[in-house]
Design a protein around this ligand. Sequence first.
Ligand code: HEC
Length: 128
Amino acid sequence: MSTSSSSAAEKIFIMKFWKQCFIVFLILLICLVIFYFNHKEDNTYILKTLELSGSVNEGDTLFKMNCVGCHGITARGLVGPDLHSITQRLNDKQIIRQIIKGLTPPMPSFEIDPQNMSNLLEYLHSLK
Ligand code: HEC
């Protein structure tokens, strides 16, 4: 008698356990899908940007409109760091992520189309 009642309790316990596992699994799966699509979107953006060839002059104008407030008119640094030789410290992908992601407040994230991002990159490459 006592063994059968304990095994019934055990079954309920096991069912609850699997239910919880399933819920955790579902949540993880949703996170993974969201991460995957975010990442894929970034990668297509980055690949598209790297395919284009940028113009230093256009990039200079963009820089003057968006970045000088923090990085200084000659990119020698103000609130934000000096960006000379940045292209030797960070690769293009890292720089693009820095600009579109807003990962390091107070630097905001920028929405720039690939052509203009390419121009901006070219400008940063021209800073020696
Ligand atoms: C509101 C101020 C602000 C603006 C506007 C801004 N930045 Fe920044 N930026 C910063 C700060 C602060 C950092 C340093 C973040 C950290 O690493 O702590 C930074 C870091 C960077 C870095 C990485 C430097 C390194 O040494 O790792 C790059 C590249 C950069 N900014 C480029 C840009 C470009 C290009 C623009 C214009 C499109 C821009 N930033 C606009 C504040 C700003």
